[in-house]
Design a protein around this ligand. Structure first.
Ligand code: 2HA
Ligand code: ZN
Length: 273
């Protein structure tokens, strides 16, 4: 089978195109990774041609020997569907989880995403919590970013604010969202800070930069990201309509509790106080 005929590759490409259509990927902004199932690796194994081992820049022992589909550094999401083999790649990790080698893709050269340490550390944290987690997505959604200039950069504030703007939000992300203060992107430091948030949340906001989301599959991860950004858009409209004064009425703590209870999910009580 051609790599681009595999279902997981088609799902990955569709998510890249959808994210671009949403306006979340100006220029080369954003990156996407998928931890490939072993039976999916077998589907495309005859097409894999391992290159040289390279340092990841961090260590993810829990992911050693696994394969990943990731976007390329400096590549544009809008070009992924047009020419997947030039813009994305399949990586294999070594037996310590310290090095990777490119086995397919990036046909004209290049490196995997500059945020590879964050993607792999997030995927490792999530795999330890539940092996069903396979997708990590990073993009630059305008409304979430705008809120990081006006709300306190606290998990409790962002969680509560984002829950209130749309009834289904607390049901879709009942644990809330984590907020990482502004940091230089692309390295181990921001990866460690993000992975700490991923111990608790499926969403990590990067102040003045963007957002990360993690999930079991492409639909859930895209849907989660979309929901959080839509909620942020509503809050931006509320603040804009009211000259910053904000909400005149909202869903109160008891309402948020009742909504999540009705759907049998546990909302983070700490943030309702
Ligand atoms: O340009 O989004 O965070 C890719 C990025 C880096
Ligand atoms: Zn970014």
């Amino acid at each position: 089978m051609q790599v681009t005929d595999a279902g997981f590759v088609k799902g990955f490409i569709r998510m890249a195109s959808d994210g671009y259509s949403m306006g979340w990927h100006e220029r080369n902004g954003g990156n996407l990774s998928y931890r490939i199932r072993s039976e999916e690796v077998d589907e495309v194994r005859e097409c894999l041609k391992p290159g040289d081992w390279q340092e990841i820049g961090t260590s993810v022992p829990e992911l050693s020997g696994e394969y990943f589909l990731v976007t390329g550094s400096g590549k544009y999401f809008r070009n992924v569907e047009l020419d997947p083999e030039a813009n994305i790649c399949i990586l294999e990790l070594d037996d310590k989880g310290e090095r990777f080698r490119i086995c397919w893709g990036l046909r004209d050269g290049g490196r995997p995403t500059s945020e590879l340490p964050s993607h792999l550390m997030n995927l490792e944290v999530k795999k330890k919590l539940n092996p069903d987690y396979r997708v990590v997505y990073h993009a630059h959604p305008a409304n979430i970013i705008a809120l990081t200039f006006v709300l306190p950069l606290e998990d409790a504030v962002f969680s509560r604010e984002l829950w209130e703007n749309m009834t289904e939000c607390p049901i879709i992300f009942p644990a809330g969202v984590g907020v990482v203060p502004w940091m230089v992107p692309g390295g181990r430091e921001i990866a460690v800070a993000t992975a700490q948030k991923m111990e608790k949340y499926d969403i990590a906001v990067w102040a003045h930069h963007g957002m990360f989301a993690a999930g079991f599959d492409f639909d859930l991860t895209f849907g989660l990201f979309h929901t959080a950004e839509k909620s942020a858009e509503i809050l931006v409209k509320i603040l804009s309509m009211t000259g910053g004064a904000g909400k005149k009425q909202t869903i109160d703590a008891d309402g948020l509790r009742a909504a999540t209870k009705a759907f049998d999910v546990q909302i983070e009580e700490e943030f309702l106080k």
